[in-house]
Design a protein around this ligand. Structure first.
Ligand SMILES: NC(=O)c1ccc[n+]([C@@H]2O[C@H](COP(=O)([O-])OP(=O)(O)OC[C@H]3O[C@@H](n4cnc5c(N)ncnc54)[C@H](OP(=O)(O)O)[C@@H]3O)[C@@H](O)[C@H]2O)c1
Length: 520
């Protein structure tokens, strides 16, 4: 490729005004950090964020985003000027994604919309079992507000391009090789309306009728209070509707509906959909191992470390698709530079490891197990003691049988107890309960019948300058899984996600050590 025609992230983003949502979250932070570190010439970053009971959005962002350990490298780089640099580059907009005009008054909305060059929408409810109405509002209907921002009147001839962060799992129950394309509704229950579009309006309307029916029921019997039963009915509605239409959970179903709203609302132009797989700790940038919160795979690691889970339904040969968050942030910035250069059409990229560096569930677990066994003593916030059983996977059918057996005869319970590593009745039931609830949420992700492809995203990287290809790598073939899981991810979980948590192991005091030595 001719050097002159190569794209440059700095070249495209310098001086630009970017509106970003979801920055108080995991991925949003990583995108903003990389953007500020590598493109300090950025014009302005407008961050849509919510306040909470004790803090304004501005205070939240200063504490939780710009005060986060993820920004330590940037803080060091700017020293005393860090806060003035942030103040110069960042404008925090207090708002609500689901509100019309994001809850802003029309003057404030217009002032931002008039000068925008790009929108990156990373906000979402990533709760797999979100109440149906909430998930629909946040992951689907809020995209009408993103469309309104992109189409703001003074932009009629010049729609602001949008990068929508979605998920590889919008592909629902589709099987086999999954390409970077609009995904079809797996069950076939949603009618196509044209090339790559589906009749989502009638699906949304039918779901809204059911949400209203539940609302009316609770209005009559419980005065409409959003109590546990009301919430649970909406959660169950989400699961039922999602499964019926061809998705595993409410999160992925509503994200697919959101993709469709955007494709249709932006007229198949000005849109890049970026679909990560399961996002985990940074590989290297700005530091290795940075992570926050409890991600999919981590929920299992925590439960295992606490001795609560040691078998899980899964397919050993299935691919577990995990991708480090810095690669996803890079993918967002390459997509941003590309769409700023040419915003025609709809592009879909999958940022994942399944095709370039696939790892099977069995290998993934083996690497983690050996790391846990070797490092448990160095991870006292994670492990109270050496793990006493190995983590095993069983087929979904076998798992269902084990769970059934627990409600059956005592001798069957004893056998299952051995498999679950417990001979104490109450401990056994507690373990079974934790395992079953984690299996209900994550079982789909550990029994993969799909393999995500990322060749288009990798091809995009080759369109950039040599320097950018190194700085903004998106190709998961650059790391070794054993090294990533044992030397980066596990220590990262301990150092960053569990920062501030106390150690589970009581270490001997200096006095105790001396007494022990003397006694010895
Ligand atoms: N994490 C993964 O493994 C993964 C995998 C694939 C795709 N993704 C996608 O990546 C994106 C980011 O995910 P994440 O892991 O960073 O999620 P996260 O940590 O839960 O962050 C979600 C963000 O969305 C914001 N948000 C939610 N509802 C909002 C509302 N009504 N108004 C304004 N802001 C709202 C949250 O703000 P508050 O702090 O105020 O709640 C938070 O900043 C999502 O689009 C998700 O679908 C994530």
């Amino acid at each position: 490729m001719n050097q002159a025609s190569l794209l440059s992230v700095v070249g495209q983003l310098s001086g630009k005004q970017v509106f970003i949502t979801g920055v108080t979250g995991f991925l949003g932070k990583a995108i903003v950090e990389k953007l500020l570190r590598e493109v300090p010439e950025i014009g302005k970053i407008h961050i849509l964020a919510r306040g909470n009971q004790s803090q304004s959005a501005q205070q939240r962002c200063m504490a939780d985003v710009f005060g986060s350990s993820l920004f330590d490298v940037l803080k060091q780089q700017y020293g005393d000027h860090y806060h003035s640099f942030i103040a110069d580059k960042v404008n925090v907009v207090e708002g609500e994604l689901t509100g019309a005009l994001f809850g802003l008054d029309s003057t404030e909305f217009a002032a931002i919309a008039n000068n925008l060059d790009l929108i990156i929408n990373s906000a979402a409810s990533v709760n797999f079992r979100e109440a149906m109405d909430q998930a629909l509002d946040i992951n689907t209907l809020s995209l009408n507000n993103i469309i309104a921002l992109a189409n703001y009147t003074s932009h009629v001839d010049n729609v602001t391009p949008v990068i929508q962060v979605s998920t590889c799992y919008v592909n629902g129950f589709n099987k086999g090789e999954i390409l970077e394309e609009v995904s079809a509704a797996a069950s076939g229950r949603i009618q196509p309306t044209g090339d790559r579009t589906y009749d989502v309006a009638s699906v949304i309307s039918s779901i809204q009728t059911k949400i209203d029916e539940i609302g009316n029921r609770f209005q009559e019997c419980e005065g409409g209070r959003r109590n546990r039963n009301y919430e649970e009915s909406l959660i169950q509605l989400g699961i039922k509707e999602s499964r019926g239409y061809g998705w595993n959970d409410t999160y992925t179903f509503t994200k697919w509906l959101g993709e469709q709203l955007l494709i249709q609302g932006l007229g198949k132009e000005n849109l890049t959909i970026l679909r990560p797989s399961i996002i985990e700790s940074t590989l290297s940038s700005p530091v290795p191992g940075w992570v926050e919160g409890v991600k999919v795979a981590d929920a299992l690691i925590y439960a295992y470390a606490k001795g609560r889970v040691n078998i899980f339904p899964g397919d050993d040969k299935g691919i577990l698709d995990v991708i480090p968050v810095d690669l996803v942030a890079n993918a967002a910035l390459l997509s941003a530079a590309e769409i700023l250069e040419d915003s025609q059409g709809v592009r879909i990229y999958q940022c994942c490891s399944g095709s370039s560096n696939p790892i099977r569930l069995k290998q993934f677990i083996d690497h983690l197990m050996s790391a846990c066994n070797q490092q448990y003593h160095a991870l006292p916030k994670l492990f109270a003691k050496k793990p006493n059983a190995n983590f095993k996977t069983v087929s979904t059918q076998k798992f269902a049988l084990y769970m059934m057996a627990l409600t059956s005869f005592t001798w069957l319970k004893t056998i299952v107890g051995r498999v679950l590593g417990s001979n104490n009745a109450s401990d056994l039931m507690a373990k079974a309960k934790t395992t079953a609830s984690l299996a209900m949420i994550f079982g789909f992700y550990t029994a993969a019948k799909y393999q995500f492809d990322s060749r288009k995203l990798e091809a995009l990287q080759t369109r950039f300058t040599k320097q950018d290809q190194l700085l903004f790598n998106v190709n998961a073939n650059c790391f070794d899984w054993k090294h990533y899981l044992s030397d980066i991810h596990l220590p990262g979980l301990h150092k960053y996600a569990l920062a501030g948590k106390s150690e589970l192991v009581k270490r001997p005091t200096h006095e105790q050590k001396t007494t022990e030595k003397k006694a010895a």
